[in-house]
Design a protein. Structure first.
Length: 469
């Protein structure tokens, strides 16, 4: 036996002829309906009709939103595959290249032996054979993926169980239907308040399920594509080979001149070593800057880590893991990219999980940020539409209207330099431009966030929020 959300019959109304008393099912809910037995025409209450229309519209909106989420989710799977079948494409490229190079080498060797091809061409055949075949395989697969069918899973809505007011038999209302038919007596079934609420709940549940599935796929896909974090070392990937390119010959030439017994040519050698020194100096300075800044951030986060038994982390993968575990709502993709000295602090305060996401670096495609996120279910926060979510760099919309405690806390936090946002996932407080500048200069000031965390938890409570389940 499976548990269903609601199986006890809820009230339903019907349509009954005011002249002959027969209950019947009109073809549609219109301002006037005709009795099929005595042809009597009667008007339906305009207020009731408006409520039923509103009910149809609301459920329709939720179902449409659920389908959009399902479509987005399916598109991710079309291009990147399901999480369980996702492969390492870089490794695959090199394996294919190696195999094809081997085959090209064998074929080339046979051709050389048969005197068809010059032996000098053999290395070119091997390299080009491997590289071109691997490229062809990669692009061929991308081309095939364009024709992959997307499997959009439509949300299943649980029917609302009602008792037929005419015959008493249990009937089922499809959520969003303002009128259905009793299977037993064929009279109309029109949902009353309770039944409508159940229909609305079922639609909201379906929408939420589809949204969460979409957001999770999105975060998981981007984390697996960009989670490596190799972008942080770009500066060194360029500088170190360059420095080596100057240093090794410089030492070689000096050594040669010293051993050959000829007088040293001081001026050119000094120039070469000056270039080497500058390059290594820049590398050392970059390393030192990063290291000292990291120490400053750690000094800022250490008191919070101690107070809230927090755990430090960094990078896209760690951020995505926390989001997948706690953040049940939209998350701007730009915020998944992480660069130099990105830091996270995960912890718990007053029964709520929290995350501090600190990204001090300014880089293209990345959001410079200091954000506190508190996952919570806050009443009165409506789910965000797919279109809105896609263009969003902030973590939600404005706070819903609240009581005086809410207003006071919000005002205090805004004064301290925080931009407050809510979404179906919870509350977030991001440092505004001025505060961000101050934090970039002195990351030790993150230690002051002990107060910010406490205030934000209070604010979530004042908004009626509960820890996200
Ligand atoms: Zn009638
Ligand atoms: Zn009936």
């Amino acid at each position: 036996m499976t548990l269903q959300p609601q199986t006890s019959p809820t009230h339903a109304a019907t349509i009954q002829c005011q002249r002959c008393g027969a209950a019947y099912r009109p073809p549609a809910l219109t301002p006037h309906v005709d009795c099929p037995f005595c042809r009597h025409r009667q008007a339906l209450e305009p207020e009731r009709l408006a409520v039923l229309r509103g009910y149809e519209r609301q459920v329709g909106e939720d179902i449409a939103a659920a389908e959009k989420h399902a479509q987005h989710q399916a598109t991710y799977e079309k291009w990147y595959g399901k999480p369980e079948e996702r492969k390492n494409h870089t490794a695959e490229f090199f394996i294919v290249a190696a195999v094809c190079a081997l085959v090209a080498g064998l074929v080339g060797g046979v051709l050389v032996a048969a005197d068809v091809v010059q032996p000098m061409l053999l290395p070119t055949i091997v390299i080009m054979g491997g590289f071109l075949s691997a490229t062809a395989v990669t692009y061929g697969r991308m081309f095939l993926q364009m024709f992959r069918k997307v499997d959009v899973k439509r949300g299943q809505l649980t029917d609302v169980v009602v008792a037929c007011p005419t015959c008493g038999a249990p009937g089922r209302l499809t959520p969003g239907d303002a009128i259905d038919t009793c299977m037993h007596c064929h009279a109309a079934l029109v949902p009353e308040q309770g039944a409508m609420q159940q229909g609305l709940d079922a639609a909201a549940r379906a929408r939420r399920r589809a949204a969460i599935h979409h957001y999770r796929t999105e975060i998981e896909t981007h984390a697996s594509l960009y989670g490596g974090g190799s972008g942080r070392h770009i500066a060194f990937v360029v500088l170190v080979p360059f420095a080596l390119m100057f240093t090794v010959p410089s030492i070689g030439i000096t050594f040669e001149q010293l051993t050959s017994g000829k007088p040293l040519r001081v001026a050119p050698l000094l120039l070469m070593f000056a270039v080497c020194g500058t390059l290594w100096g820049i590398i050392a300075m970059l390393l030192w800057l990063r290291w000292s800044r990291r120490q400053a951030i750690r000094r800022g986060l250490a008191p919070l880590q101690q107070q809230f038994q927090g755990r430090l982390g960094h990078g896209t993968r760690a951020l995505a893991d926390w989001l997948l575990a706690h953040w049940a709502g939209p998350f701007p993709l730009q915020r998944l990219y992480t660069g130099v000295n990105h830091h996270l602090l995960r912890g718990k305060a007053g029964g709520f999980e929290f995350l501090i996401d600190f990204h001090p670096a300014k880089a293209e495609h990345m959001v410079t940020r200091a954000t506190l996120m508190i996952p919570a279910e806050i009443p009165g926060v409506s789910p965000m539409s797919v279109e809105h979510q896609a263009t969003l760099a902030a973590l939600g919309t404005q706070l819903p209207a609240g009581n005086s405690t809410v207003n006071q806390l919000a005002l205090g936090l805004r004064h301290a330099g925080f931009d407050l946002r809510v979404s179906e996932a919870g509350l977030s407080a991001s440092a505004d431009e001025e505060l961000m500048r101050a934090l970039r200069k002195r990351p030790e000031r993150l230690a002051e966030w002990s107060q910010v965390i406490a205030r934000c938890v209070e604010l979530v409570r004042a908004l009626g929020g509960r820890p996200a389940s």
